[in-house]
Write a protein that binds this ligand. Structure first.
Ligand code: B12
Length: 486
């Protein structure tokens, strides 16, 4: 009955819902596979109300949500609402890291299917089954709720990245802001080989045990061909490579950088691990056009960084990396977290202090949120920093607050210091003033300072916009849409 309704009229096959105002590779990748097989796709974003309205107007065959932990509240609420209105006329599929680690998401009202892990093959098989009126309850990576029963299927082998079609950028043609953005997101690999306790990488690897090499690279010619296509078609001003660690495989990287310099030659940004970037590597990155590097410090306290977070990275290596980046004049940003298990205000100061020494162009300070199935989330539970149910209740804000900080006697001060960290990094003599300010409840002023500094030092200088108007326009866009994503 359900499939009959779906196939009666020609409709949009798959409508993706995303929670971020940038190109998302997962969605573009699935869309490319679907279009290659004759299916139609589109993507939307906005407030909950906007999204519901758009879904009702487009009435696709399937609505697919990209869902990270924290954003599941909004996505599941939308799924519930549209299912209430459209019933069997529509199927809802939730994919991405959240359902991968919290498969109980299938039980939520309004969710028909969840996808665990990679979605290309699974979604394609689902769409084909729907088109051909065939059974879709046995597709690998999918858990399906149908007529009151739940069908859980095993995880598929990992896909061969070179066999995938290039990401479908055209899916954004109806979202002007994303479509016109001249910064292009790309990846050369999938899967981080390290075991930091706060990150989902180790949990992903576990799910894929025995299913192939979790850390995989595309061949250099395959990546270059895609970048060449993008360059010709869209004239990007820069690329952003989101690989977890761009510098992990040195020979591969050098081969890529040589080809990139010769055939692409436009500025690019990437993420590295401080201890993998030698003087030679950074010199080559600069030479190939790298204009921005980001790397994780996470905590300035070595005990927390290496014992609690298992990052396995010394202060010395961090400061050395910063020095080499300055030597080759590559602007850089660091990633830092506040509110980690075992962290007190003293350790938050350690994080500020190491950044004062490293002198990054921008230091991202976010609030640590426990991610499901990570070692650190288990540790936080064991040490009673939060209660059992709280892990899946993670908030979408990685900048405002967390359960750990709310329960912490110094939590307020740690949050204030987070917001004034870049002020101290830029003007270290202000440290005694900030120390006093931590006891004063001017939280909105501290948050405003943070936003202003972000605009001046990161946004306007390092995001590679095409001109002043472009910068102002996108700053307004982001400010206006920031709240929508919750
Ligand atoms: C690039 C990136 C970003 C970018 C772009 C966002 C994006 N997701 O594309 C930016 C910087 C914006 C970002 C922001 C954030 N990120 Co991030 N990010 C990544 C990173 C490094 C790569 C993502 C990627 O492009 N992968 C490649 C594509 C091909 O894989 P994929 O996105 O997983 O998609 C596949 C499957 O998930 C599935 N799938 C995806 N979407 C859908 C949709 C449907 C319908 C279906 C069926 C399947 C499906 O199929 C896809 C193809 O196989 C990952 C780490 C990683 N290695 O995955 C972290 C990661 C996704 N981020 C993470 C986090 C926590 C965040 C933030 C919350 C951080 C913050 N401080 O604010 C925000 C949340 C933003 C948001 N609204 O989702 C976590 C999520 C963990 C979790 N359990 O949810 C990850 C896993 C890293 C980690 N620390 O563990 N991120």
């Amino acid at each position: 009955m359900q499939n009959k309704t779906i196939t009666e009229s020609k409709k949009l096959d798959m409508l993706f819902v995303q929670n971020y105002y940038e190109q998302m590779l997962g969605i573009m990748q699935i869309s490319a596979v679907l279009k290659q097989n004759g299916f139609t796709t589109d993507v939307i974003l906005g407030t909950k109300e906007d999204i519901v309205k758009k879904i009702l107007a487009k009435k696709p065959r399937v609505v697919g949500f990209y869902c990270t932990t924290g954003f599941h509240h909004k996505n599941l609420a939308i799924a519930k609402e549209i299912k209430k209105m459209l019933g069997d006329e529509i199927l809802t599929v939730v994919g991405g890291p959240h359902p991968t680690f919290v498969p109980s998401a299938i039980e939520a009202a309004g969710v028909d299917i969840i996808c665990r892990g990679e979605g290309e093959q699974a979604v394609l098989e689902l769409m084909k089954a729907l088109r051909d009126n065939k059974d879709y309850t046995n597709i690998k990576n999918l858990t399906i709720k149908k007529e009151g029963k739940i069908y859980e299927n095993e995880i598929n082998t990992l896909c061969n990245l070179d066999a995938l079609p290039f990401a479908d950028r055209e899916i954004y043609k109806n979202i002007e802001y994303i479509y016109k953005n001249k910064r292009y997101e790309a990846m050369l690999s999938r899967g981080c080989p390290f075991n930091c306790t706060f990150c989902s990488a180790a949990a992903f690897r576990k799910i894929y045990e025995g299913k192939g090499d979790y850390t995989r690279f595309r061949s250099v010619p395959n990546v270059i061909k895609e970048l060449r296509d993008i360059k010709k078609r869209y004239q990007p001003t820069c690329f952003f490579f989101h690989d977890d660690t761009f510098v992990f495989k040195r020979n591969y990287l050098y081969e890529f950088l040589m080809a990139y310099k010769k055939e692409i030659g436009i500025p690019f940004a990437c993420l590295i691990r401080a201890d993998l970037a030698t003087d030679e590597t950074i010199k080559l990155l600069k030479d190939a056009g790298c204009y921005l590097i980001s790397f994780g410090i996470e905590s300035g306290n070595e005990n927390i960084r290496n014992t609690v977070l298992k990052k396995n990275l010394s202060n010395e290596k961090i400061l050395k990396c910063a020095e080499v980046l300055r030597k080759y004049k590559i602007p850089f940003a660091t990633f830092n977290m506040v509110g980690l298990p075992d962290e007190n205000l003293k350790e938050t100061w350690d994080t500020v202090d190491i950044n004062v020494k490293a002198k990054p162009n921008w230091a991202w300070f976010s609030v640590y949120q426990t991610l499901p199935h990570t070692e650190l989330a288990r540790y936080a539970l064991e040490k009673k920093y939060l209660g059992e149910v709280d892990v899946a209740e993670t908030d979408s804000s990685f900048h405002e607050n967390s359960l750990i900080l709310k329960n912490h006697s110094e939590g307020k001060k740690m949050l204030r210091l987070k917001n004034m960290a870049n002020l101290i990094i830029k003007i270290p003599i202000l440290k005694p003033v900030v120390r006093i300010a931590l006891s004063l409840p001017f939280d909105s002023i501290y948050s405003l300072i943070d936003k202003l500094l972000y605009f001046v030092f990161y946004y306007s200088k390092l995001t590679y916009k095409s001109g002043l108007l472009d910068r102002i326009h996108s700053a307004f866009f982001i400010a206006r849409h920031m709240k929508e994503f919750k």
